[in-house]
Structure formats: C-alpha cells, structure tokens
Design a binder for this molecule. Sequence first.
Ligand SMILES: *Cc1c(COP(=O)(O)O)cnc(C)c1O
Length: 400
Amino acid sequence: MIDFKVLAEKYDTPLYVYDFAHITRQYEELKKAFSGRKSLISYAVKANSNLSVISHLAELGSGADCVSIGEVRRALISGIPKYKIIFSGVGKRDDEIEEALREDILLLNLESEAEMERVEEIAEKIGRQARISIRVNPNIDPKTHPYISTGLHENKFGVDLETAKRMYIRANNSAHLDPVGVHFHIGSQLTELEPIKEAAAIVADLVRSLKAIKIDIRFFDVGGGIGIVYDDEKTIEPYDYAQAIFSVLHGLDVTVVCEPGRFMVGNSGFFLTRVLYEKVNEGKRFIIVDGGMNDLLRPSLYNAYHRVEVLGKSGACSEADLVGPVCESGDFFAKSRMLPATEPGDLVIVHSAGAYGFVMASNYNTRPRPAEVAIVDGKERCIRAKESFEDLIRLEKMCL
Ligand SMILES: *Cc1c(COP(=O)(O)O)cnc(C)c1O
C-alpha cells in the first residue's frame, strides 16, 4: 500500500505519484498477449515522458514511439535502443528529420506526400537511406471522444489508401527511402475491439497488395489507443486485442508493433491535492483544492472522468464540485460528484492520473508544476522535483 499521507507531507501538494509495479504488470501482460508472433511494444512517450518512467520501460524491453525530436532524445538517454525508436507525428521540422536520420532510429513514420519529399531530400543531403513507414487512415470510426479520435478522413492524421500505395511505389523507387513499415492509429481510449480489427484488416489488405508488387512491409504498426478503466468502462483484454490483430495477418511475415501510452501508465498514477476550504454558492457546494487545471488538464480539456477519493473520510456524501484555484470556470476535477464533508488539509486522491497528466501541466497563473514521485520495489523515489518560483521566471528578462 502506498502511504499517500506521508508522501504528501514530504513532497508537498499537489503531487503526482506513480506505482512502477503497475507499469511492469501492464507491459508484461501486453508482451505476453503478443507472444504468438514477432512483436515490438513501443511505449508512446507522450503519455508520460519522465525519464524514470521511460527507463523503467526500457529495462522491461520496451521501445518508444515519439512525436518530437525532444521525445526521441528522452528515449535515447533513458536507454531505449535506437532500433526500437519510432518517430511519428503529422508535422516534423527539417532539423528534427535530420537528427532522427543521423541517430539511425528504427522508423520515421510519415503522414503526407509532402513530408516524404522532405525526408527524401534530407536523407539525400546527408547521404543516408531513411527507413520509413506510412500512416494510413483507414476511415474507421473508433467510437471514442472526438478530440481523441484520429481514424476518420475528417481528421488531420495519415493518408488514404490510394495515396499510401502511390507513396510506397515512389519510396520503393527512391535510393534514399526504404519503405519497411505501415502504421495506423485510429484513436485513444478505445474500448471496442471491432473498429481496431476492421482497420487492421484494411491495412493488412494493403500490405498484401504491396507484397504482390514486391514491396516487402516488415513492420505492421497497429498504433496505440487501448483504453483503461477510469470509471466503470468495459475495456479490451490484451489477449483478445492481439488475437484480433493476428486473425487478419494470414500470409504475412511481419513484426507487429503496438504503441500503447495510456494503457501502460494511466492507472499507475495518482494526483494528490489538499482541500483548502469548502463554500456554498446559491445552494451549490464547492470543494476548493490546491491543485488546478494547470496541473491536471484532462477534466477541463476532454470533460474526462477521474475517480476521486477523500482520504480517510467515509461519512455521509452530498453532491459537490471539486475545483481548483485557477481563474477559469473550466478549472474542475469533478462535477456534481457525491463526496463526503471535508475539512481544510484533507487529502484528495485523483485516480488514473498517470497518462496525459503531468505532461500536459503548465505554469498558468504562475503556478509551479508539481513534483513526481515513483514507487519502485516498495520504495519512494523523487523523479522530478517541484518547480520553484525561480524556475518559472528563469528565462524571462525585464527590458526596461
Ligand atoms: C497518442 C498516440 C499513441 C498513444 O495513444 P494511447 O491512447 O495513449 O495509447 C500511439 N501512437 C500514436 C501515433 C499516437 O499519436
């Protein structure tokens, strides 16, 4: 059991706490599910990019899926081997492309013809051959929140099947491009298997048609997106997920790549915040805490549900909004939630905060970002210190 009270006293609130044993279990379960074939689990670094989180996954054997050169650098210094690093993203700068090519990472994942031309030019300029995959948009509705849905043509991600095929043929004829992978990622927090299976079947057909014209795709990247339980969702079992993908791959000798972010770290994380006071406005009860939307944005950004718990309080509950001190009406963690009566200093735990939590934190309202603490083999490790006021103003200059 994690002693949240002790941690909150030692590291101050708001605070992020991650249970690394949970991350290990998630990785091992997924790896086992994919054991029937060659596979690579490439952790989507953007979900939680703390160096200790990445190096923990590196030790387990994970690769990294990165969406900026900064994330590629994080992966490299955390000990992820370069041959397990993928660089994705809809817009990459020339300097990012060049650095990725020089680092000789596994794959650059491309999302447009224009991007492919840039990669070819840069590869030629520095005398390299770029290993690439192409992100296909299979036009499947993933049945998730529109902000985290990416697999429909109306989204900015990937290219349609016809364009992809044209790109593969061009790449195959280029001395500086080596088309070895195909990629799709239809959305996040997916809780239904069928859309993933449909998308995989469409993309597997593309791979077979490329094989027929002697373009040999070796990496079949199914993206990330496996959902987790925030409330009472029914989620996808890793075994069923892997089997659904395997079932469409007949006749193909490919390494299955999967890029989970949320699945790996989401439920490892807890966000701790303290009650400042309660107030009642026109009969509506508010619990005001010292953490805000700048620390944990998901409720404000996606209207996301997080389970909240007032530590050590089990008395009668009544409806309340759990809100932060930031000057925005959107600054809340829970709305109209049944919560016990609280007193100043009570500790509130916001669950499932390990993914898209700290990484989305900002300094809005000149608030320092919280510390991050990991629980490793039963021991606590501070893996990022709380920012100071000096940290916040360090790069600013007064011009008068
Ligand atoms: C965001 C993202 C992921 C990870 O998504 P999760 O829902 O956290 O698993 C994987 N691949 C790509 C290309 C992404 O953009």
